[in-house]
Design a protein around this ligand. Sequence first.
Ligand code: NAP
Length: 318
Amino acid sequence: MSNSDAQATDYYPVLIIGSGPAGFTAALYTARANLTPLVLEGNQPGGQLTITTDVENFPGFPEGILGPQLMDDMRKQVQRFGAQVKFEAAMEVDLSKRPFTVKTDANETYTAGSVIIATGATAKLLGLPSESHLMGYGVSACATCDGFFFKEKEVVIVGGGDSALEEAIFLTKYAPKVTVIHRRGELRASKIMQDRAMANDKIEFLWHHQVVDVLGSREDGVHGVRVRDVRSGEERDFPTQGMFVAIGHKPNTELFESVLTRDPVGYLQVQEPTTYTDVPGVFACGDAVDPTYRQAVTAAGSGCKAAIDAERWLEAQD
Ligand code: NAP
């Protein structure tokens, strides 16, 4: 297909898949470079920050900012410079020839001179049948979305990282008691989060335990979890009215499984310190490539790198 044919059929010089801080920052830079990018927002427009409350570690907001507000502002900022933002999810990509082709869940097909992948990551679950059966009926993977429904209810949260403690602290706004169930005897979370959680008298810890079943029904909700002591193997029922899962995330990269190189966990491999993938013209940034830092600000920074990489690469093609 010639470039002019492509332009007649929804051609974009830069197509960005994903709308978290990485995707929107890539859009901001490419839009300001007059590359009229298209952003496919995906199933969670704004990404993971839209299920957070206060963001206190994004520079420039001395009082903090609400996650959804920050993402709305980023969207408006990129639109101001001419980026197209569509509430569509990429379902199929053909990166084998240029222009690249991306098909979406709205049955649209776009062609693109370059693609920036900023698909982020998704919350992991324990994988119990009762967990999925009761998801939304007393089980949740998002305290900030569902905490409100647990007013005056005692809840547990599974995990020992920053997310688990952040969500535990958030849940104490509603729940009189939050028990953090962790499979080890020490937390993975940062010292500051540990100190905050330990200082909160509504938070208790159940160490060395795994949740092996969620007890309850869709009609009556959750009334307990079955826990196993990982040292003795002993099981017992722990009464609770809700279970939150905060055990980390997995990168959203299935779409690129047979197309791009990923690490064993699924993170896309890029040619550090650039955002080049192994397909020329395809760049990747944000949590989809980052098993280490996974912060909004690092995602935004890598979105900026991807935009500059794409811009220079496109220039070199011309
Ligand atoms: P994480 O650091 O990977 O922690 C996951 C936790 O879940 C670990 O404690 C892990 O246990 C536990 N876990 C994993 N699989 C499990 C399973 N199948 N059953 C029971 N427990 C399981 O993930 P995260 O807390 O989501 O944090 C991810 C990154 O985001 C981190 O870099 C974190 O610092 C950052 N973050 C920062 C903030 C903040 O600064 N405010 C907030 C949230 C997240 P083990 O410890 O035994 O492995």
